[in-house]
Design a protein around this ligand. Structure first.
Ligand code: FE2
Ligand code: FE2
Length: 240
């Protein structure tokens, strides 16, 4: 069942604990008592409608209100995307790295297996960081600028419009979560079981979680941000 603005935040977490990291990503801290989504959002100056839609996307994989999401400002959407990047950089990726580092194998294979997994993840991490850096330095600032020009908060420059187009991003934006499937396969299908299976299981759980999270993140970029900026670009071109 989807949540609404009048749902109690505490009940949401008790019933669907998987959305907890996303709630915390908005900067909300525990100790919210019996407050509703609307009340907590007001306290933290968060758009409650946007918050509700984002939580619902994470709760229900078949729910994606593309048109409604496109109605929120570019700034609101990008603020959330950046907060997600920060969470991947500071928490999610280092956590998986630490877990991988504590994996052990009984035999002499230990070093070899560990190096294989570590190198694979390190390569993956480098790619994800490059991906996020590009978005944070080129795509997101460009998108914010397009919205500002549309709102008359910045002047329209033809040169600026010709310098970059969201299609460049749309054509090259890749699914950073896809490679995680290879990592899961290495652990599940090919490597001998580690001697600390509990940790190995935790590594897999965290990879599954990150994969789902990144998948939702990419959906917002591709189905909300890109089409929204395309519309803005069309509008601005008509103004020239
Ligand atoms: Fe991103
Ligand atoms: Fe992306």
């Amino acid at each position: 069942m989807l949540i609404n603005k009048y749902s109690k935040l505490n009940d949401i977490i008790l019933e669907r604990y998987n959305c907890m990291p996303v709630i915390l990503r908005f900067g909300i801290q525990f100790g919210f008592g019996d407050k509703t989504v609307a009340e907590v959002c007001k306290q933290y100056d968060i758009d409650a409608d946007f918050f509700t839609e984002i939580i619902n996307i994470f709760i229900d994989k078949d729910y994606f209100p593309q048109t409604h999401l496109q109605e929120f400002s570019v700034k609101t959407i990008i603020d959330f995307l950046i907060k997600s990047h920060q969470d991947y950089r500071k928490n999610k990726i280092p956590h998986i790295e630490k877990l991988i580092d504590s994996l052990e194998w009984d035999s002499s294979e230990t070093k070899k297996n560990k190096a294989l997994i570590k190198n694979f993840f390190l390569q993956y991490k480098t790619e994800v960081i490059e991906h996020m850096d590009y978005e944070e330095t080129i795509v997101y600032p460009y998108s914010i600028k397009m919205e500002k020009i549309l709102n008359n908060e910045q002047t329209l420059s033809i040169k600026e419009l010709r310098k970059y187009a969201i299609n460049i991003y749309a054509d090259t934006h890749d699914d950073i979560e896809e490679k995680l499937l290879d990592l899961k396969n290495i652990l599940i299908k090919y490597l001998p079981p580690s001697s600390n299976l509990e940790t190995e299981q935790m590594v897999l759980f965290e990879i599954f979680r990150l994969e789902k999270d990144l998948n939702n993140h990419s959906r917002i970029e591709e189905k909300v941000l890109i089409p929204k900026i395309k519309l803005i670009e069309t509008e601005l071109k008509q103004m020239i």
